[in-house]
Ligand binder design. Structure first.
Ligand code: PEP
Ligand code: MN
Length: 343
């Protein structure tokens, strides 16, 4: 990992660095951060001669070698200084809440506009809305391209940045083309490396973020972090880790709540952690407790399903969505706890 003395290398400097590492069978992947860029050496970076030649360049600050299976995500990586911004919020500096419907009903756009306004009023920094849905039953409603327009209209009306899940390249292109701010990778696709690669390549050079859910079946922590590393390795470091409960579940819950892995993730990586308690407990009445537990464990934020009229919702909303009133009270308590945890 090469750190430039300035904010980034000039094109001629980058060409010189790339030529040196190429002699040793490596290549350079620039990772462009808001404050500073770093240059990952992809390949075996242990050769002393290569390191010495790089360190001898007048515009190189230093070359760091981290022995870690995930060098980019490692808490000791130079990327640890990177801050992810979504809309007006900087993750890690304040409680971050993304909330909204599990699923946008294309037949009822007004419900989503009402939810969006209420989510903003309750204090959330970003709006979620499922346009395309992975489902347990393949014959259930799988979403609709039309809902993307509804999502973006809600973003325009409220000024909130929006999050939506994509499951394939077609949806990814549509979402990025429309200006979706955060691309969600769902639990069913958390280890779908070809999708992660498509996303990594498509968001390189943009300020789009990725909300990466943990995989369904007790996905090992190293695997979760490596999936995030893979997205970042294409050049955009805006990846957020999202524990969302794993299978099997204790009787009565949808999944096994896993907010307790937050300290572990925080110890091993620099990435912000935004917990999704809605899919972990799977019942609106249990969501506030699970959300506060996540904040107590040190989460940077929450991803919550919220609906103005849950019983009129589709997808998970009738079971899981909290109302905007509950959201508002929850955000107030979570803010206090967020500050307490960091005091
Ligand atoms: C969702 O966010 O609505 C969703 C389907 O989440 P997950 O991938 O965690 O099941
Ligand atoms: Mn859902």
């Amino acid at each position: 990992m090469i750190l430039p003395k300035g904010k980034e290398f000039a094109p001629a400097q980058l060409a010189e660095v790339a030529a040196i590492v190429a002699e040793f069978g490596c290549r350079i992947q620039p990772i462009i951060g808001a404050m500073r860029s770093i240059y990952a050496i992809v390949g075996d970076e242990r050769d002393e001669l290569m390191i010495n030649r790089l360190e001898g360049l007048p515009y190189v600050d230093r070359v760091d070698r981290i022995q870690s299976p995930f060098k980019l995500m490692d808490a000791r990586s130079d990327l640890a200084h990177h801050r992810i911004r979504i809309g007006g919020a900087t993750l890690g500096r304040e409680l971050f809440v993304v909330a909204g419907q599990c699923t946008i009903d294309p037949k009822n756009p007004n419900l989503f506009y009402e939810t969006a306004a209420a989510v903003k009023e309750a204090g959330a920094q970003a709006l979620r809305g499922g346009v395309w849905k992975p489902r347990t039953n393949p014959y259930a409603f799988q979403g609709d391209d039309q809902s993307l327009e509804i999502l973006m209209e809600a973003s325009r009306r409220t000024g909130l940045p929006v999050d939506a899940e994509v499951m394939n390249d077609h949806q990814l292109r549509l979402a990025l083309g429309a200006g979706v701010h955060t691309i969600q990778v769902g639990a069913r696709n958390a280890l779908n490396y070809s999708l992660l690669q498509q996303i990594g390549r498509a968001i390189a050079g943009r300020d789009t973020a990725v909300l990466l859910k943990r995989s369904l079946h007790m996905g090992p922590i190293a695997e979760f972090i490596s999936a995030a590393e893979y997205v970042v390795s294409f050049g955009n470091p805006n990846v957020i880790l999202c524990p969302r409960g794993t299978a099997p579940a204790p009787d009565g819950y949808r999944n096994n709540p896993d907010e307790c892995i937050v300290p572990l993730l925080k110890e091993r990586t620099w990435a912000p952690v935004v917990v999704d308690p809605s899919h972990s407990v799977g019942r609106a009445s249990y969501v506030p407790a699970a959300a506060l537990a996540a904040i107590a464990y040190g989460a940077d934020g929450l991803c919550l399903e919220c609906h103005v009229a849950p019983s009129q919702g589709i997808g998970d909303d009738p079971k899981q969505a909290i109302t905007p009133e509950v959201l508002k009270t929850l955000i107030g308590k979570a803010r206090q706890l967020w500050t307490l945890v960091r005091s």
